[in-house]
Design a protein around this ligand. Structure first.
Ligand SMILES: Nc1ncnc2c1ncn2[C@@H]1O[C@H](COP(=O)(O)OP(=O)(O)OP(=O)(O)O)[C@@H](O)[C@H]1O
Length: 260
């Protein structure tokens, strides 16, 4: 099967007037259509750099970055981004925020409006569509941000710590909702997170990176019986602790080896 996301021997150097620093080196990764993959690793190992390369916000210093088999030449509507901060426009209602993407793309239609209402309903936001962002809780705002990302129908979602600013119980609920929605829509997703349990509960595979420079240390396949479950349920399975501890042990080994 052709990869939806592909990094081929990718390295990236940040260059400033004072110095050049090698952020990631020799990355090879393929993510198949509909797969959910997480990137974990110590601070500074290049997780955000990888998302920026895939989003077309950075050009790799070496190697190739491909989406759907095509080289990335800049931001593309095939790719949606969800971040820790929701970046909802405070002067627009939730519905107005969600409709911004289609408006800018000149794709306003009855179908789009119906799709917005459907997604708002699925995210439990129908009753809040006419409210402004400051009137909503953090979890509701992130659900609105997810609707805004999904309404442009990207094939790929890049998720940069989208749950990290939320209270634990809201975070667990949102993990389930995002997992369910992306699976149902058969989206390909790459999640950056510092939370190893979140990565293990939500993903098909977990990519562990080492740092200085960022390199792939190990790729963990999540057992099929866990993958079939919603994240909250997967966390309660006996096999969950084993995979969590395997990732943790590998992360610690890297740090002891001066990798962090
Ligand atoms: N704009 C930049 N200019 C110079 N160096 C940068 C820049 N952005 C990132 N770096 C460096 O590149 C490396 C990778 O950074 P990146 O932000 O991708 O890591 P990360 O794994 O996302 O970190 P964190 O987990 O702390 O968010 C780090 O050493 C960082 O200092």
């Amino acid at each position: 099967m052709r990869a939806m996301l592909e990094l081929k021997n990718v390295s990236h150097v940040y260059v400033s007037a004072q110095e050049a620093s090698l952020a990631v080196e020799g990355l090879d990764l393929q993510v198949t259509p509909g797969e959910f993959v997480s990137l974990v690793g110590p601070s500074g190992c290049g997780k955000t750099t990888i998302l920026s390369l895939l989003a077309g916000l950075l050009v790799p210093s070496r190697g190739q970055v491909l989406i759907g088999g095509e080289p990335v030449h800049g931001p593309s509507p095939r790719v949606g981004y969800m971040l820790q901060q929701d970046y909802l426009l405070p002067w627009r209602t939730i519905r107005g925020n969600v409709l911004l993407g289609p408006e800018l793309a000149g794709r306003q239609s009855r179908e789009t409006e119906e799709a917005v209402e459907r997604l708002l309903h699925e995210m439990g936001l129908s009753g809040s569509a006419a409210r402004y962002p400051h009137e909503l809780s953090g979890g509701m705002r992130q659900r609105a941000a997810l609707v805004r990302t999904l309404i442009t129908d990207p094939e790929v979602l890049l998720l940069d710590e989208p749950f990290s600013a939320l209270d634990m119980h809201i975070k667990l609920q949102l993990e389930d909702l995002v997992h369910h929605t992306l699976r149902r829509m058969r989206k390909t997703a790459l999640l950056v997170t510092h939370d190893l349990a979140e990565a293990a509960a939500m993903s098909d595979r977990v990519v562990l990176l080492g740092s200085r420079p960022g390199r792939i240390r190990h790729i963990f396949d999540i057992p099929a019986e866990l993958r079939a479950l919603p994240p909250m349920q997967a966390r309660r399975e006996p096999g969950f602790q084993d995979i969590f501890e395997a990732i943790w042990a590998e992360l610690e080994e890297g740090e002891e080896g001066g990798d962090a």
